[in-house]
Write a protein that binds this ligand. Sequence first.
Ligand code: PBG
Length: 327
Amino acid sequence: MNLQQRPRRLRSCDTIRRMTRETRVSPDSLIYPLFVMEGTGIVEPIPSLEGQFRYSPDRVCEEIETCVRAGVRSVMLFGLPSRKDCRGSAAYDPDGVVQQAIRAIKGKYPDFYVVTDVCMCEYTDHGHCGILRGREVDNDETVAVLAKIAVSHAQAGADMVAPSDMMDGRIAAIRAALDENGFQNVLIMSYSAKYASAFYGPFRDAAGSAPAFGDRKGYQMDPHNRKEAMKECLLDAAEGADILMVKPALSYLDIIRETSQAVTLPMAAYSVSGEYAMIKAAGKAGLIDEHRVMCEIALSIFRAGANILITYYAKELAQAMRDGEIG
Ligand code: PBG
């Protein structure tokens, strides 16, 4: 055949394939979600998330050491308090579980980057992400509490706060509260386009944060919507967010693509608990090659336009990147 173009030439050996890759990935772009639990001496496997553990603050540094060795430089902390109430007050306790964990990590690894999830669902006895008025979450009252939580995380030494509640106006309120308290340099990564998703199931078991009644559709986004994601992203950017996030990742690659093109801020994607659990389960059943599927999915999220990936596979991915399996 007389062909002008033979695309296969660019696929003819490993060297040329690597040379011409369009997507580059690095362990620097990974954030590892980590569950910290009130108490002492705890390293406890999480049944719904095989391979993941809950740590008490006195033992969390063991996991940080593992991250450092794997090449992961950042974690996002989720807290499991020992007491819950209707106002989620343990979330802004200066001696709360996340605050203790931040101090423990920063005491031993001052350069390790600590992001905190800012939300109330793990701290409220009703499991909703805010203060209830009747059966509804009251937006404005909740925003005031979220700002308090963010400040208390900053006071404990967090580098970045990540509000995951989906209340309106929370980014502006958190930015103002951080600034008033002298935390101009603490970053905000907003869960901007967070959908009301069935993919959070294993997380809610892991964090004990399932709502006691109803669902989160009154604050998290409807999966049917695309333009609304853009609206949320543009609002959060205008309110002062430093990084925006789309969540979940795998079923929302179109949203990652569009939002990353529409805003000038770095874009994060959260590959959530249900995504991890599906790969694990299918791998365990011998239906797929867990490692290769993990790599391919992570790669597709970056190819869609994400700059940062939050994933329970962060350590394994960092290793795969260092080994040149993806990169
Ligand atoms: C807290 C929060 C959730 C997740 C992150 N932050 C749960 C939820 O919204 O119900 C989910 C993370 C995951 O599934 O891995 N609001």
